[in-house]
Design a protein around this ligand. Structure first.
Ligand code: SAH
Length: 251
């Protein structure tokens, strides 16, 4: 299939719906995506799928549903992604690095030039949990009535998909990611780094597993903000391994 560079970059954008409870929202999401040139839909543990209601709501976008990937866990859904952005209407205890919908579209398209990127949407009732938001480099809030900011899930997808589409028309898709020399670290790499960091911090007595407080969450945010490339990732893993080796074999 022939595609121009804009189409190819939009093709690298994956919409991820987390534990959707209402199948109608899955169908409406597929339709929202297809109208804006998006096709890659991943569903994490949907309550009902496939579903007739989803297919009805998708209308002419039932091909997006037919090709949707269903994953059991968030890790599976984003392992290969070079950038993960979450969406949320909720205020958090720790301020997450935030983007506007337009900034998000520009950033995602630039990153999509280097690999698959994910835009994540939470469950209808609860939204994205803090653990899910921790996997995100940024969080997007769609500006809305402060007294009632919670959009319908598929409406939120439609707004973000529209921003991506118009940004791709404006040519934002051509920018290479800032660390193109080595390629960005994937979500799976980052997960491995955080596990390694946490175990080293426990070994050296800096992190008390009985009283972890928000230390790991803050460190996750710090490293996500830095947008590591593969070389940065290898250096950090090497440092952590050297720390462990310098302490001698575990008894
Ligand atoms: N009570 C939940 C609302 C969930 S709405 C909450 O506070 O997060 C379902 C999903 O739609 C959200 O998880 C988010 O992905 C998206 N969404 C709804 N309103 C949004 C907004 N104003 N900005 C960004 N995303 C929004």
């Amino acid at each position: 299939m022939r595609q121009n560079s804009k189409g190819m970059t939009l093709a690298n954008v994956r919409v991820v719906l987390v534990r959707t409870t209402h199948p109608g929202n899955v169908g409406a999401t597929a339709r929202a995506m297809k109208t804006m040139g998006l096709g890659a839909l991943t569903l994490i543990a949907p309550e009902q799928f496939p579903s007739k209601l989803a297919t009805d709501m998708a209308a002419g976008a039932d091909d997006v549903l037919a090709q949707a990937r269903v994953c059991a866990t968030l890790e599976d859904a984003i392992a290969d992604c070079v950038c993960v952005i979450g969406t949320s209407a909720r205020m958090r205890r720790i301020a997450w690095p935030m983007l506007t919908p337009k900034q998000c579209a520009k950033h995602l398209l630039a990153e999509a030039a280097g690999g698959t990127v994910a835009l994540m949407f939470g469950q209808e009732r609860t939204g994205l949990t803090n653990a899910e938001l921790e996997r995100c480099q940024y969080v997007v809030e769609i500006p809305a009535n402060p007294a009632y900011p919670s959009l319908n899930l598929a409406s939120a997808v439609q707004i973000m998909a529209y921003e991506l589409y118009t940004a791709s028309l404006a040519g934002g898709a051509h920018a290479a990611p800032p660390t193109a020399e080595h390629g960005p670290a994937s979500a799976e790499d980052m997960e491995r780094l955080f596990e390694h960091l946490e175990s080293v911090l426990i070994e050296i007595g800096f992190l008390d597993p009985a009283n972890p407080r928000l230390l790991m969450r803050r460190l996750v945010r710090l490293f996500n903000r830095a947008q590591l490339d593969v070389n940065d990732y290898n250096i950090l893993r090497g440092i952590l391994t050297a720390v462990q080796e310098s302490r001698g074999p575990k008894s």
